[in-house]
Design a protein around this ligand. Structure first.
Ligand SMILES: *[C@@H]1O[C@H](CO)[C@@H](O)[C@H](O)[C@H]1NC(C)=O
Ligand SMILES: *[C@@H]1O[C@H](CO)[C@@H](O)[C@H](O)[C@H]1NC(C)=O
Ligand SMILES: *[C@@H]1O[C@H](CO)[C@@H](O)[C@H](O)[C@H]1NC(C)=O
Ligand SMILES: *[C@@H]1O[C@H](CO)[C@@H](O)[C@H](O)[C@H]1NC(C)=O
Ligand SMILES: *[C@@H]1O[C@H](CO)[C@@H](O)[C@H](O)[C@H]1NC(C)=O
Length: 628
């Protein structure tokens, strides 16, 4: 891993090993160079597999669990989470206006090529009707079918794009993804011959050009509405960001001053069953630094994206693909992993992360329909979204910086993480994650004490502590964030289950100590409880000018009242009939190249030399974000 691929750190930190189970952290008041840009309020988002949409939205009856869980998050940041509707099955879809069910239907006469025919599923207008049920102004990236290549492919893809533009009236359609994971098209029988980044670029431009001229331009939408390359993995392929750029994918659109590209888009899973070449244990999974190791190749893609000047979004991300792993992805440990991942991704200047969901996945943040003998329920993962979103808040002014933790006490190596969250340029919250695994059944749960050293300007103020916690890393139920349960109510609405306000006063010398139990995270908010910040409409409009998915909700969340959006106007929708959504294909998530994972652990010693950095007078050695 070259040192230039390492994330830069948002603040200084000097850690020293003192007594056992303590770690020291020095914080700065302002973001130092290397902190993230301003985080979009829709950053922590979800992907929904196209064929599983109705499971999440409901059919004749709206799915209240989904509605409430998304509304909670919209309430915390002022903008609903960015949703990508896509996946393998977007490449099987064609539109037929006469298909009037709340479900996709198998095509009785498919003509397309592929292991699954590229026209094997038919949807109608109900597909778009239910997308309008998501909270008003939800940013949507909509996946179109690139795989289909019969002679009428332009007609098919412009028809689908037209339906999306015309019918998605209550959400904020911000972009199209043309094709899912084209790097796998030879494997899944969608293409033969000399398929690669160059041919992909030609086919992509052909379709983007047609959609621009026939659909976007007539609707006064901009040409830069598309997100290449949607790859599973670029390792050893000609689909790298720099390859696609070189093949001309960033050219100006015909008759436009802008290109077709809005943002780069890639996919990744931490681990993929059948692709990853080693067994996954809870212990390795909770060794947060293994995330950085796995992500090394993607970090170099992000740097290539920065060179081109276009943003980089992770539109399909997951813990374990294709459909999770019980005991890993459906337990509290996964909540700590997810919170760390969002913050880590933010420090890399990834602009948005979509955690992929299917109805049958034990990695989905909630199970939307009865499955595996369980009624719908909320998984611990969901609480990471709530924690991240309440901490970022509705200010459109949050930035994240990460810390290097040098020489943590032995058993904590690679399993602790710390981040600063700045608001309008000033330190506002400190995130401390202790991911050392401890199970519910263990009676003596160890903890780690963080000795913080804050700048003098904060002396005498209180730190308000909000915990992301459960009885142990292996708990499937009972997680709380900031004293709130999203399970207790049964419908995803929040229930306060713990009223205690824990506070720690910052000493006159700027010091404060915070104890974090193993398998727990705390967010220490300076001066007030987390989650009380007010929206800043002018900061939000400024951010929305460059990031359409930051466009704030201006009408109450969850109503169908018109909300102005950057790309489409509003009306309403949603009533219904009946739902069924199952088949082998409906549960397919994307197959990705986590085989590309670099190494399981490399250890502090293995990487510390790449991390020698001097900022001001403080020498930082060691590692965390880079991957212990
Ligand atoms: C992220 O973006 C900010 C602001 O644009 C920049 O200062 C910082 O260096 C970037 N960080 C990385 C890791 O590229
Ligand atoms: C979101 O906030 C609105 C306005 O305060 C409130 O009416 C609604 O109940 C909240 N949504 C949820 C799911 O709590
Ligand atoms: C560009 O637009 C012109 C005028 O609409 C059209 O004749 C031409 O075929 C277009 N070129 C491409 C490459 O799409
Ligand atoms: C998902 O979890 C359930 C238990 O809740 C289990 O029965 C099922 O086998 C798991 N499925 C997978 C694919 O891990
Ligand atoms: C904790 O639980 C996990 C998952 O059930 C298991 O793999 C692990 O061995 C347990 N650890 C201890 C220390 O009991």
């Amino acid at each position: 891993m070259p040192s230039r691929s390492l994330p830069v750190f948002g603040a200084l930190c000097l850690t020293l090993t003192a007594a056992q189970n303590t770690v020291s952290l020095a914080l700065t008041a302002q973001p130092t160079s290397g902190a993230s840009g301003v985080i979009s309020p829709s950053f922590a988002g979800f992907g929904i597999e196209s064929s599983n949409l109705f499971s999440f939205t409901g059919g004749s009856d709206e799915n209240q669990l989904t509605k409430n869980l998304l509304e909670n998050l919209a309430n915390y940041t002022g903008t609903p989470p960015h949703l990508r509707i896509g996946g393998n099955t977007q490449d099987y879809f064609i539109y037929d206006a006469s298909q009037d069910d709340y479900a996709w239907k198998p095509n009785p006469d498919p003509v397309g090529q592929g292991n699954y025919a590229t026209d094997s599923m038919i949807i109608g207008s109900k597909f778009f009707e239910v997308i309008n049920r998501f909270p008003s102004n939800t940013p949507i990236t909509f996946g179109l079918n690139l795989a289909y290549s019969e002679s009428d492919y332009i007609k098919q893809i412009t028809t689908m794009a037209t339906q999306a533009v015309d019918q998605l009236t209550d959400v904020n359609l911000v972009s199209f993804e043309i094709g899912n994971e084209p790097d796998l098209y030879l494997q899944n029988g969608f293409r033969t011959g000399s398929w690669g980044g160059q041919v992909y670029t030609q086919e992509w431009l052909d379709r983007a050009g047609a959609i621009w001229e026939q659909v976007l331009q007539p609707n006064n939408l901009p040409s830069n509405f598309f997100e290449p390359g949607a790859t599973a993995s670029t390792i050893g392929t000609s689909f790298q960001v720099q390859d696609l750029d070189q093949f001309g994918i960033t050219v100006k659109a015909n008759g436009s001053s802008k290109p077709y590209i809005a943002s780069w888009n890639q996919h990744d899973y931490y681990y993929y069953i059948g692709v990853s070449t080693y067994p996954l244990t809870a212990y390795d999974f909770m060794t947060l630094s293994t995330t950085n190791d796995q992500f090394a190749a993607w970090v170099s893609q992000i740097q290539q994206a920065q060179t081109t000047g276009y943003p980089y979004a992770l539109r399909e991300m997951g813990v374990v693909g294709p459909i999770g792993l019980t005991g890993i992805t459906d337990v509290f440990g996964a909540a700590l992993w997810s919170l760390n991942f969002f913050l880590y991704a933010a420090t890399l200047n990834i602009t948005s992360v979509q955690m992929h969901m299917t109805d049958n996945s034990n990695a989905s943040a909630w199970q939307p329909i009865p499955y595996y003998g369980n009624q719908p329920f909320v998984r611990p993962n969901y609480y990471a979204f709530a924690a991240f979103d309440q901490t970022i808040g509705p200010t459109c002014a949050a930035q994240v910086g990460g810390y290097v933790i040098q020489d943590p006490p032995g058993s904590y190596g690679g399993r602790i993480a710390a981040y600063s969250v700045y608001q309008a340029g000033t330190l506002a919250s400190i995130v401390l994650i202790n991911s050392n695994p401890v199970n519910v059944s263990e009676t003596n749960k160890p903890s780690l004490t963080w000795h913080l050293s804050l700048p003098q300007q904060f002396a005498g103020q209180e730190l308000y502590l909000a915990y992301l916690t459960n009885d142990g890393a292996d708990a499937k139920h009972g997680t709380t964030w900031n004293g709130i349960s999203y399970e207790e109510s049964g419908d995803g609405t929040p229930t306060r289950v713990n009223d205690a306000t824990e506070r720690v006063k910052i000493g006159n010398d700027g010091s404060a100590s915070i104890v974090v139990r193993d398998s727990q995270a705390v967010i220490a908010n300076i001066g007030s409880p987390v989650g009380q910040r007010k929206a800043n409409p002018s900061a939000c409009s400024q951010l929305a000018a460059s990031s359409p998915d930051a466009s704030p909700v201006t009408t109450p969340v969850g109503t169908n009242a018109p909300a102005p959006t950057s790309t489409s106007d509003s009306s309403s929708s949603s009533t219904s009939s009946s739902h069924s959504d199952s088949s082998a294909q409906s549960n397919t998530a994307s197959r990705t190249g986590s085989s590309a994972r670099a190494s399981t652990t490399s250890g502090v010693a293995g990487l510390s030399t790449t991390m020698l950095t001097t900022i001001g007078a403080v020498v930082l050695t060691g590692i965390y974000l880079a991957g212990i």
